[in-house]
Design a protein around this ligand. Structure first.
Ligand code: GTP
Ligand code: MG
Length: 170
């Protein structure tokens, strides 16, 4: 039978890692070079057909700026899944991602699915974080891991497939 599933998803990570850009890519299939830094948090939704189920993603795109850190629990509490984003060209953003993982392990919903995304994979020449190091860290901590590019859409669904699965605009 047809199932309707609501899935609350939260994105966390350092300033400029590309959280908003990944969400914009997922929800609208777009990328902008001059994405503004998020203030507080932004909400998006996207409904997809997955097998015989209709999944409505309710997405909280949080702000990476440290002054908004205290708001984060409001968004990750009750989330079914978290994507922790870092920038492969910025070692500090990888260190920050590990801090987020520690915080979620300590304070988050124990059933939450966590994924680590090494974003900006199009900027290979500026890479500072080895994919192997991130993969090892993810494995040790029970996280899914992938490198992504909000710009090139690498590792996201092929656009035709996107349109096929997308039910309604967010
Ligand atoms: P805060 O809202 O401040 O926490 O940042 P954010 O994590 O939402 O980052 P945002 O999406 O605003 O992206 C920051 C900058 O990186 C923007 O200028 C984006 O255009 C750029 N950017 C994001 N993703 C990519 C990517 O995959 N590749 C490249 N080359 N640039 C990217
Ligand atoms: Mg943002």
């Amino acid at each position: 039978g047809n199932k309707n599933i609501n899935a609350k998803l939260v994105l966390l990570g350092d300033v400029g890692a590309g959280k908003s850009s990944l969400v914009l890519r997922f929800v609208k299939g777009q990328f902008v070079e001059f994405q503004e830094s998020t203030i507080g948090a932004a909400f998006f939704s996207q409904t997809l057909a997955v097998n015989d189920a209709t999944v409505k993603f309710e997405i909280w795109d949080t702000a990476g700026q440290e002054r908004y850190h205290s708001l984060a629990p409001m968004y990750y509490r009750g989330a079914a899944a978290a994507i922790i984003v870092y920038d492969i060209t910025n070692q500090g953003s990888f260190d920050r991602a590990k801090k987020w993982v520690q915080e979620l392990q300590a304070q988050g919903n124990p059933n939450m699915v966590m994924a680590l995304a090494g974003n900006k994979s199009d900027l290979l020449d500026s890479r500072k974080v080895a994919a192997e190091d991130a993969q090892t860290y993810a494995q040790e901590n029970g996280l899914f891991f992938m490198e992504t590019s909000a710009k090139s859409a690498a590792n996201q669904r092929d656009c035709r497939e996107c349109n096929q699965y997308r039910i309604q605009p967010g």
